[in-house]
Design a protein around this ligand. Structure first.
Ligand code: EPS
Length: 365
């Protein structure tokens, strides 16, 4: 299977470059009968999009999804679903100055080393623009999951040095950062304004939770649910670490603290992140990602050109001072795609998980 495809049974292939005519995806293996309309994509695509607040890239794209195939009278037919989003606000001139050079921290150098040719406009295929189609595909995956009582949601858990002091779930969608502490939003705005003025960038952490995941999803050994989640989350641009459950915090824990004790009433804790032995326990699945600071900076840095000669690189254009701000819907999307794939894989081997909507024919509950 090509590396542009994720998933075995709910298989999503994305295509397109940031400054090409369009980006798109093909979803193969989606069950029939799921209601889907072009406007269903708008909410999640707007949550991910650039240009919606001053804290993200000022590229303004409508991100309107066209459904080219795979539906009839507003429902999936079981045939490949092709989705396309036109690129309408690419400013390729911004990239003229770096055609011959490799921006530090970017894929420019490795793409050139591997292929000997690259599309420098907007980072081409390596651009975060590609994540638009992951979020679009996951809108359908989220519907498949919702029919089975599974809901995926996320939030920013750290922005540079800032961590939430309290957690209010209802606050997350009420600010441009997906931040769970409503008292800190002003502080975040000021932090980001100062950062943008300085020309520098910061990293971030995003946490994702899947509620309602039944026990049994995931397969030994190379199809572990946490293994597939880690690969999917690591495939997001700028991600440098993935944690499941307590993640890197397990290093300092004792076994007596970490093991989640089980009683007739259920588990007493969830350090494992809802996965044991690669198979879901029935608790909430918890994952987190660490995103590096954006590498596209107007502050000069040393690099080399294609001939190996030293150059000074300055990145012009419209860049995110913190890519993590837009990463919450992307991380949710990857978790949803993996869970949808594993629901179908579990259904193929062991039977469906419930409750199942009658909208999805052929299902066993
Ligand atoms: C990106 C650089 C910028 C961002 C882009 C991701 O591209 P451009 O210079 O063309 O504006 O705007 O993000 C998107 C276009 C998007 O939809 O997410 C990068 O280097 O990854």
């Amino acid at each position: 299977m090509s590396s542009n495809t994720t998933g075995k049974l709910f298989a999503v292939t994305t295509f397109g470059e940031s400054h090409g005519p369009a980006i798109g995806c093909v979803i193969d293996g989606c069950p029939p009968g799921i209601a889907i309309a072009p406007e269903d994509f708008a909410h999640d695509l707007a949550r991910r999009a650039t240009g919606r607040t001053r804290h993200t890239s000022q590229r303004h794209e409508a991100d309107a999804v066209e459904i080219l195939s795979g539906t009839y009278e507003g429902r999936t037919t079981g045939t490949p679903i092709a989705l396309v989003v036109r690129n309408t606000d690419a400013k390729s001139k911004d990239y003229d100055a770096i055609v011959e050079t490799f921006r530090p921290g970017h894929a420019d150098y490795t793409y050139w080393q591997k292929y000997g040719i690259r599309d420098p406009r907007g980072g081409g295929r390596s651009s975060a623009r590609e994540t638009t189609m992951r979020v679009a595909a996951a809108v359908i995956a989220k519907k498949l999951l919702a029919a089975r009582g599974i809901a995926v949601w996320g939030h920013l858990a750290q922005l540079g040095p800032l961590v939430p002091k309290r957690f209010v779930r209802e606050a997350i969608e009420g600010n441009p950062f997906f931040w769970p502490d409503p008292d800190m939003v002003d502080e975040l705005e000021q932090f980001m304004d100062a950062l943008r003025k300085s020309g520098d960038s910061v990293g971030a952490r995003v946490d994702v939770v899947a509620d309602g995941v039944p026990p049994g999803l995931g397969e030994p050994i190379y199809g572990k649910l946490d293994g597939d989640l880690a690969a999917a989350l690591m495939s997001i641009n700028a991600v440098k670490a993935v944690g499941i459950g307590d993640g890197f915090d397990v290093v300092a824990q004792r076994g007596t603290e970490h093991r989640d004790e089980i009683t007739p009433q259920g588990f007493l804790s969830n350090h494992a992140g809802g996965i044991l032995g690669g198979i879901s326990t029935g608790q909430a699945v918890r994952a987190s990602i660490a995103l590096k600071p954006t590498s596209s900076l107007r502050l000069p840095a040393r690099s080399v050109d294609r001939t190996g000669a030293p150059v000074e690189v300055v990145t012009k254009g419209r860049h995110d001072p913190c890519v993590g701000i837009r990463a919450t819907p992307i991380a949710e999307a990857m978790v949803a795609l993996v869970l949808a794939d594993h629901v179908l894989r579990h259904r193929a081997q062991c039977g469906d998980v419930g409750p199942v909507s009658p909208l999805i024919p052929g299902s066993i509950s």
